[in-house]
Design a protein around this ligand. Structure first.
Ligand code: HEM
Ligand code: HEM
Length: 283
């Protein structure tokens, strides 16, 4: 298979995969209705309880990332498939401005997680207790059980996904800058500096190294599209009061943690038997 054929295959495979993801989310939503979880939340107003307020800084950073990544996905897809006339210059501009904004805010988020006063990196660290709850959390999301362990602010699946977002953003920034071929850094281009000297040497040419970077950039583009779609769906269906608060649209009611008592342990009780969904603890 030559490189052009490989590109066409990727378009076919990822478009097909995206259709599968959308169908899966529709099926998932139907189960929300069938099992009564939808009614509990939207009709009876039984939303997950929260013990912590989310501070403003991560909300602002998240907002910049959200807008940035949506713009990058749209402009990036346009760069690959110019789906209307005359957009080439503005779309490339949008991609270049958004990529710089997203990369800077990525470092801001890491600084906030590790060096600010808030130092919230632990909220994203996956420990043994988190891993021990993985199956129970997955069963809850798959409607196989109505019990959802409450161990930390974010459940293990959220933590894992948020970590993957971080690595993907780094990989996307790296491969993206490796697509820039203007030699504006002492006569070298970002491509020369990031991949030319090692991957270029390994593969035989800097151009070929750039070709692979473009390929990976495109694959990660799809991973973002898929993951952000699922993340968006969950933010709309699992806990809308929390989502509204996260975007500064409505203040979340905070319960004090004392009523729960098992902040740091998986709760011992088994799933409530039968009946419509009783969401024990959710985030
Ligand atoms: C975060 C830093 C990022 C950087 C530095 C970056 C950089 C770039 C550059 C330089 C190009 C080539 C543009 C041109 O030919 O003029 C490009 C293309 C592209 N970017 Fe990005 N980008 C970033 C993030 C993203 C994200 C988050 C997405 C999608 C969610 C994305 C999707 C794409 C796509 C689909 C293309 C077209 C690739 C192709 O032609 O096969 N980029 N990017
Ligand atoms: C479609 C747009 C998006 C919506 C509606 C959305 C919604 C949300 C909501 C409501 C939360 C809070 C969850 C909670 O507190 O339980 C959240 C957290 C988070 N989201 Fe998004 N999101 C979107 C796009 C993105 C994108 C593009 C990324 C990253 C690439 C992302 C990464 C994260 C991360 C890492 C968190 C954890 C909280 C933090 O960063 O401080 N989201 N999102």
């Amino acid at each position: 298979m030559n490189l052009t054929e490989l590109n066409v295959w990727m378009d076919v495979v990822f478009t097909g995969l995206y259709v599968v993801v959308i169908v899966a989310l529709i099926v998932h939503f139907s189960f929300d209705i069938i099992t009564g979880r939808f009614r509990k939340k939207w009709v009876e107003g039984e939303w997950p309880e929260h013990e912590h307020e989310i501070p403003a800084t991560p909300k602002v950073i998240h907002f910049i990332h959200m807008v940035g990544i949506i713009l990058l996905a749209i402009s990036g897809m346009y760069i690959r498939f110019p789906f209307f006339d005359g957009g080439r210059v503005p779309m490339r501009w949008i991609h270049y401005v958004a990529m710089i904004a997203v990369t800077i805010t990525l470092f801001w988020r890491l600084w906030y997680a590790f060096f600010s006063k808030a130092k919230d990196w632990r909220e994203f660290a996956v420990g043994r207790k988190d891993m021990a709850s993985l199956i129970a959390v997955a069963k809850f999301y798959a409607y196989l059980s109505n019990y959802k362990p409450h161990i930390a602010k974010y459940n293990v699946m959220q933590k894992l996904v948020y970590n993957v977002f971080l690595y993907l953003m780094f990989a996307q920034a790296f491969t993206g800058f490796a697509l820039v071929t203007s030699p504006f850094i002492f006569g070298y281009s970002p491509r020369d500096l990031l991949v030319g000297w090692w991957l270029g040497a390994l593969l035989g040419s800097t151009d070929l190294a750039g070709w692979w970077m473009r390929m990976i950039h495109y694959i990660i583009n799809w991973l973002f599209i898929i993951m952000v779609t699922a993340h968006f769906y969950l933010s709309l269906t699992v806990d809308i009061p929390c989502s509204l608060d996260f975007f500064g649209l409505r203040k979340l009611e905070i319960k004090d943690g004392h009523g729960h008592g098992h902040e740091h342990e998986p709760a011992p009780h088994p799933a409530p038997a039968g009946g419509p969904a009783a969401i024990v603890e959710t985030e």
